[in-house]
Design a protein around this ligand. Sequence first.
Ligand code: AMP
Ligand code: MN
Ligand code: MN
Length: 331
Amino acid sequence: MPNLKEAAALLARANDVTLLGHVRPDADALGSALALGRALQQRGVKVRVSVGEPEEMPETLRSLDAGGLFVTASELPETEQLLVALDTPTPGRLGKLAPRVDAVRSAGGDVLVIDHHASNVFYGTHHVVDDTAEATAVLVFALLEELGTEIDEPIARCLYAGLVTDTSGFRRARPSTHLMAAKLLEAGVDPDKVVREIVDDHPFAWLPMLSDVLAGARLEPDEARGFGLAHAVVTLDAARSVRAEEVEAVIDVVRSTREAGVAVVLKEAEPTGPRQRWTVSLRSAGGVDVSAAAGELGGGGHRQAAGCTAEGTADEVLGKLREALSRAPLL
Ligand code: AMP
Ligand code: MN
Ligand code: MN
């Protein structure tokens, strides 16, 4: 694994560390940050974990922060000696916290980037970047082993959360994935509880919302290079009765469509100008590389799970996505 020893030495020398995940963090971003944060805190390091957006920790991920390490972006100190960015391929994905990278570097501090995106642009002073890793949590686990950290249950819970979600419930797994999971279970993780809290826990209001949204879903069998495209649109109006977590979960229903090799969900965002704004989730069943299509619209991600933001009407954005998907590389 690249630079593991050097990164571990950097962490072992640190006494004040800020750990950041990408905006609108998932379980891999926050779980990785909170696991490493807790391990460093146990070594006597002053640590804090944050994200550029939203201000609050997402409700479904709160059980990961056993030690209360999360602070809002506005509570962060001016700067820090060591900034660790996790699951974040570009500074832009840190949102409004992106300028901290240059600020820390120009003040002579270090920036450690720990990530598994192929699109990582190596913006730190130190990097543990491996696009063959299933999750950033895998890289943090390797770092903790290098540091000789004893993995307690809260650390294991955070890493398990990242691992189980980024592999879509161990669907994309190698023998080493399950070996890591076994060590985390040995440390005391309750897998049913973790997955239920993070993935499978929705208010009843999700069901009528889902019913509305899925009624508008469409299947276009010839799109996505003939693999088929299924798409659905979640307007701000449809999303009003539920949390962001329920909106994010819609893609997991749409992607189960047998006739579609690619699933897309358009999620309307609060407008910042005259035009409608959307965050887009793309998933591939393995036929085409959706990160390339997302990349054409200024986003990115992984070959089978990607995203982007776009402006315009839903039809305009879908039109751009169809075009980008018609050029997406085959896997
Ligand atoms: P999501 O559909 O939001 O769960 O995103 C799936 C994956 O796509 C994430 O793990 C990120 O790697 C990536 N991603 C999502 N949105 C963006 C974006 N706006 N820019 C770059 N990458 C993104
Ligand atoms: Mn992520
Ligand atoms: Mn990840």
